[in-house]
Design a protein around this ligand. Structure first.
Ligand SMILES: [Cu+2]
Length: 481
């Protein structure tokens, strides 16, 4: 029997939000099987990889590769524990990989070449089955290598939210918004002005006594930004009323930089990091989001006016990374207020002690950079070697490990481990517990320790979420027997 397509676009969750609406796939989205043909069972979700045009504002339309005709792609809503099929159709000439960031799923469907997940062939298709989880804000994106081609991999528009729900959604908010931070039209530069080094305040525990002063190679930068698919001031504002509570899911889908954002006139109460509820929610004037990270906040709309939600860096905000928040009945120019400069500290969200066992083993990981020099690229090392290492880091199934990441570089790196959740244990010497994440920004010359249980058999990729760093050595494989 043929089933009709049940594509539900722009469903309830975003119906009130004017700006940059992301289409949402509700449960059981299926492809339409043509009448009279042998029906191949329809997949629950369909992702079509193809060229898209993104209109950031009236004068700036860019062309890239996206999902289902948009970038960001549709918000995929899935039910935790309910197995789904996903049909990926690749209408481009490049073999592609769709990675499910933050999901605890087998390597075969995780979507990386390093873990031996299969490619979706150029001009081909492939069907995957996966059981979504855990509950919370996850995302899907291309995991293809780009190297020196800035039109590939995470530099393209191939990204979107996956929201994994459970059956009892408390729904204590008036509007739910999915906001993706993004930069576009990347280019190589020899003079990287690092806007993401929000992390210089640390004790610099890993700063070497003698620094390598060789000239750096080319880095990737951008001067074009958006939240979802619109630059600040283009598109509709986020329309709110006094007294409303907003639940905002933020995602930094940048391939190149970490970001700090604020909503002028308001505090944002951080309730979850990387989709996982934190033990100690905190109301903050601004939040820091590493590339690949997600932050969920609740905002009480208690300060009527017209405000800007955007990057705390003025040139970045004014080049598009922002959105106007408009209370009903208000008429004036959108206002920005610089928030106080308070260093980002993951440990403020933590608990005093962990509910999980103390790690039985420690793995030390030291990060270094070999400066590339003029016109070349830097090389990134883990324990003295770029990827691939002679063999994987071997994990014993069921063992709890501590990873100690020592950042001997002058850059903050958003480090991600696939297919696992880790618990933050120590940030620059400060102990914490109960904060579960899949990505963590290891500060400038800083040190981070995380704990995790090796409960996923097979290969798991560990890497920096900055595409250029990953492509030039900054990754390693863990193998759980
Ligand atoms: Cu990096």
């Amino acid at each position: 029997m043929n089933r009709r397509s049940l594509l539900k676009l722009g469903s309830m969750a975003l119906a009130q939000a004017g700006v940059a609406r992301l289409p949402i796939f509700a449960d059981a989205v299926s492809q339409q099987a043509p009448t009279g043909q042998t029906p191949e069972a329809a997949a629950d979700y369909m992702i079509r990889i193809a060229p898209v045009a993104v209109e950031l504002d009236r004068s700036h339309i860019l062309s890239t590769i996206g999902y289902n005709g948009t970038s960001p792609g549709p918000v995929l809503r899935m039910r935790a524990g309910k197995r789904v099929s996903v049909e990926v159709i690749n209408d481009t000439d490049t073999p592609e990989l769709v990675h499910w960031h933050g999901m605890l799923i087998p390597a075969e469907v995780d979507g990386t070449q390093e873990e031996d997940s299969p490619f979706v062939p150029a001009r081909g298709r492939r069907r995957f089955e996966l059981t979504p989880g855990p509950v919370g804000s996850r995302w899907y994106h291309s995991h293809a290598m780009a190297m020196d081609d800035l039109r590939k991999g995470a530099y393209t528009g191939q990204f979107g939210f996956v929201y994994v729900d459970d059956a009892n959604h408390p729904g204590q908010y008036d509007q739910e918004l999915f906001l993706t931070l993004r930069d576009w039209e990347p280019f190589f530069t020899a003079t990287m002005d690092d806007e993401d080094d929000d992390t210089h305040h640390g004790p610099l525990l890993e700063k070497p006594a003698t620094l390598n002063t060789d000239p750096d190679g080319l880095e990737v930068s951008s001067t074009t930004y958006s939240i979802n698919d619109k630059a600040l001031g283009a598109g509709e504002p986020l329309r709110v009323r006094e007294g409303q509570r907003l639940l905002i899911h933020f995602l930094n889908a940048s391939a190149i930089e970490n970001r700090r954002v604020a909503l002028a006139g308001h505090k944002m109460k951080v309730i979850a990091l990387d989709g996982n509820p934190v033990p100690t929610p905190q109301a903050l004037d601004s939040i820091f989001i590493g590339a690949g990270e997600r932050v969920d906040v609740i905002v009480e709309m208690n300060h009527p006016g017209i405000w800007i939600l955007g990057s705390t860096e003025r040139p970045i905000r004014e080049s598009g990374l922002g959105v106007v928040v408009e209370y009903s009945g208000q008429h004036r120019q959108p206002q920005w207020i610089d928030p106080p400069k308070v260093p980002w500290d993951y440990t403020v969200f933590g608990a005093a002690t962990s509910d999980l066992p103390t790690p039985q083993q420690t793995i030390e990981l030291m990060f270094e950079k070999i400066p590339g020099g003029a016109g070349k690229f830097n090389l990134w090392l883990i324990n003295g070697k770029p990827y691939p290492h002679e063999r994987e880091f071997a994990l014993e199934r069921g063992t709890r490990y501590r990873l100690v990441m020592r950042n001997r570089t002058d850059d903050a790196h958003p480090m991600h481990l696939h297919r696992h959740l880790w618990e933050l244990a120590e940030i620059n010497g400060k102990k914490t517990a109960g904060v579960f994440k899949d990505t963590v920004v290891v500060p400038y010359y800083g040190r981070v320790a995380v704990d995790f249980t090796a409960d996923q058999p097979g290969l798991a990729l560990f890497h920096c979420h900055i595409q250029q760093h990953m492509d030039y050595g900054f990754k390693a494989l863990f193998r759980c027997a």
